[in-house]
Design a binder for this molecule. Structure first.
Ligand code: ACM
Length: 675
């Protein structure tokens, strides 16, 4: 036998197993410690699992859900039914050994260990919360090859870096019914998040039933609010997934919706109506009246009894102070009590609130405006205006959580959020100060989202924030993160999240039931304007405006643009490499797309606002093609050509339809390199 034939035979025999073992794992969040081992645990429809030890019932229901998801993803007709403490199985493929029932509470043990060998899978956990996390890891480890499904042999020891890994959902600016919250809780559990912060009251809506003060929700919500029974359902659903739920009642500003039913709470006479626009509004509670505190005492007592979590968020952000300045009684109160300024008056209000919140057995959380020298150290500072407030809070003895940098409504790329660490290396905190930083929360503000689009603004970017809050600080490789994020994003769809599937549905509607391909080619490379710039484009958005246009369908981060930019960089380094052909094909597609999209537009008025941007994309793509071909052939294009393209590039950078074209930079790189 010739040497090459022997080599071929060896490869043919060993390569499949090598390939299987070498398949990159898409775990998100990355575990604290992981060691790969030889082989795989292979299973078929006879796969069963068993739970041993002392576990809360949520581990049994969690194990059942995991089994159904495994069966769903593999299509295997698994035979095991609902898993209960009475379940007995011979030789389970997965044994979960749990030491004790967990409590869904801050600081509970969430660690787990996973050991996969060709003989089976063992998941060990101190509490069922760790067990649930381990089951999510196992589902992320599922792989397949020509022989069927398997889990790769390995061992994992894992625990979170931060105990507070949250998502705040604003259900006020746009109402989000319970089903939206539930599917997002499933998404959170899949990436090991453990806190749902419900932002429940705002200028634009009061979204929870109060039995003591029914005018709050009856007059403040257009009928869109959670009943107390629904809130209990949400809390139970979250608890089953190891997730705490705590409410925010934003005060003293952001309170218009309270005042429709209770104008006596306000610092200026009414009447008030539910706000339909966005921005910082002036209506503010009157902190000088005892009647304000009497209502808040009873109302917060009612809410404290409804939400079992020991934390309660009182908001405290963006008080414009204008109603206070204009109210003579409030000014007189300040003078009489030696209260120097509005921040101090708000500190007085907060100290009164703190007494009430504490009396009802809760710890007070507030946005960073509540930081004031007069406030005691047992409040939690929620940093949003800048990272400094978290550092300041930790230095001054307060616990804190970070949201500055995790504002997913700002439509920034996953890479931006991913690299922001709650513990800034340059802050030089002592270990004791560092320990006061409990974690963070992604914040989903809802001015520009509806039930149809909210998932696409939350996922998959929130998954990388979840990783930042769970995984070791040293896990920071962006390429690796993006590769894993795309896999996890598709898995999240199994949980009824709509972040991928609604795209095509929205494009169909925009295309007015015509073929969507040309619109998809275009929308794939635009992103909504970032950092609230969408509000300054000559369009006034109301709560009842349509959120169904191209800008709403467009994803916050164009993976097509990202991938194209990376190929351009590779091409410029090695023009004869494989990327050249891919780039030229892509550019040709964009160049030709405009004529097709024009045909769609003829019968689709809602997308006509994109005509000029689509034309710019085509023109830019044509220039990119010329540049790419010149680079491949080692030619240079003349200076006059460059001057024409420069104008085109500037034109293409201008937003249209509140979106921006995300491939201008990489095409400009090609154009520049060709001159
Ligand atoms: C906030 O974003 N106003 C807390």
């Amino acid at each position: 036998m010739r040497k090459s034939a022997i080599l071929y035979l060896c490869l043919a025999v060993f390569l499949p197993s090598l390939l299987a073992a070498a398949e990159p794992l898409a775990l998100m969040p990355v575990p604290e410690k992981m060691t790969m081992a030889e082989g795989q645990y292979r299973f078929d429809a006879s796969f069963t699992l068993a739970v041993e030890g002392q576990a809360h019932p949520r581990l049994y229901s969690g194990a059942t859900r995991m089994l159904r998801r495994l069966s769903g993803r593999t299509g295997l007709f698994m035979t095991q039914d609902v898993i209960t403490p009475q379940t007995r199985v011979e030789k389970p493929g997965l044994i979960i050994r749990c030491q004790r029932p967990g409590k869904v509470a801050l600081g509970e043990d969430e660690s787990y260990e996973l050991a996969i060998s060709p003989a089976g899978v063992e998941l060990r956990c101190v509490t069922d919360l760790g067990g649930l996390h381990g089951l999510e890891t196992l589902l992320q480890l599922l792989q397949a090859d020509e022989k069927g499904f398997f889990f790769p042999a390995l061992s994992i020891q894992d625990k979170p870096r931060f105990p507070w890994r949250g998502l705040m959902i604003d259900v006020c600016r746009h109402w989000l019914p319970m089903e939206v919250v539930k599917r997002n809780l499933d998404g959170m559990a899949a990436v090991k998040m453990n806190v749902l912060h419900l932002h429940l009251s705002e200028d634009q809506g009061f979204r929870i039933e109060s039995k003591l003060y029914p005018k709050l929700h009856q007059l403040g919500s257009d009928g869109f609010y959670y009943t107390q029974a629904e809130i209990k359902t949400i809390i139970a659903y979250a608890d089953e997934r190891g997730i705490r739920v705590y409410p925010e009642f934003d005060m003293p500003g952001h309170t218009t919706a309270w005042f429709i039913g209770h104008p006596e709470l306000a610092s200026a006479p009414g009447p008030y109506t539910i706000e339909r626009t966005w921005g910082v509004m002036d209506p503010t509670m009157d902190p000088t009246k005892e009647s304000t505190y009497r209502l808040l005492d009873r109302f917060l007592g009612e809410m404290a009894a409804l939400f079992p979590d020991p934390y309660l968020h009182i908001g405290g952000d963006e008080n414009s102070g204008k109603q206070w300045d204009a109210n003579p009684a409030i000014q007189a109160f300040m003078k009489k009590n030696n209260i120097r300024d509005n921040h101090s008056l708000q500190a007085y209000f907060n100290s009164r609130l703190l007494k009430i919140v504490t009396k009802h057995g809760k710890r007070m959380v507030g946005w960073d405006e509540i930081l004031h020298p007069s406030m005691p150290k047992n409040i939690v500072i929620h940093s949003w205006r800048g990272p400094d407030s978290l550092v300041q809070a930790a230095r001054r003895g307060y616990q804190g959580i970070l949201s500055n940098g995790y504002y997913i409504d700002l439509i920034q790329p996953a890479s931006y959020h991913y690299l922001i660490d709650p513990v800034r290396p340059d802050a030089q905190l002592t270990p004791e100060e560092q320990a006061r930083i409990l974690g963070g929360e992604a914040t989903s503000w809802a001015e520009l989202v509806t039930p149809e689009t909210v998932d696409s603004r939350i996922w998959p970017r929130t998954a990388v924030i979840a990783e930042r809050l769970w995984s070791p600080a040293s896990v920071r490789d962006l390429d690796d993160m993006y590769t894993r994020m795309e896999v996890i994003s598709r898995q999240l769809e199994e949980l009824n999240l709509t972040h991928i599937r609604n795209y095509e549905m929205m494009l169909r509607r925009l295309a007015n039931q015509q073929e969507t391909a040309p619109l998809r080619v275009f929308t794939d490379v635009v992103e909504p304007l970032k950092i609230y710039k969408r509000h300054s484009q000559g369009v006034t958005y109301y709560s009842y405006s349509p959120y169904t246009r191209v800008v709403d369908a467009a994803r916050p981060e164009s993976m097509t643009a990202r991938s194209f930019a990376r190929k351009v960089e590779a091409f410029l380094k090695a023009p004869s490499g494989p990327e050249g052909g891919e780039i030229l094909n892509q550019l040709a597609l964009w160049q030709e797309n405009h004529a097709r999209l024009l045909q769609t537009m003829a019968k689709a008025p809602a997308i006509r606002e994109m005509e000029s941007l689509s034309r710019d994309l085509a023109d830019l793509a044509a220039a990119g093609l010329q540049a790419g071909e010149a680079i491949q052939e080692g030619r240079k294009l003349g200076g006059e050509w460059g001057a024409v393209q420069k104008e085109l590039i500037e034109r293409a950078k201008k937003p249209r339809g509140q979106t921006e074209l995300m491939v201008v930079e990489p095409i400009a790189r090609l154009i520049q390199a060709a001159q």
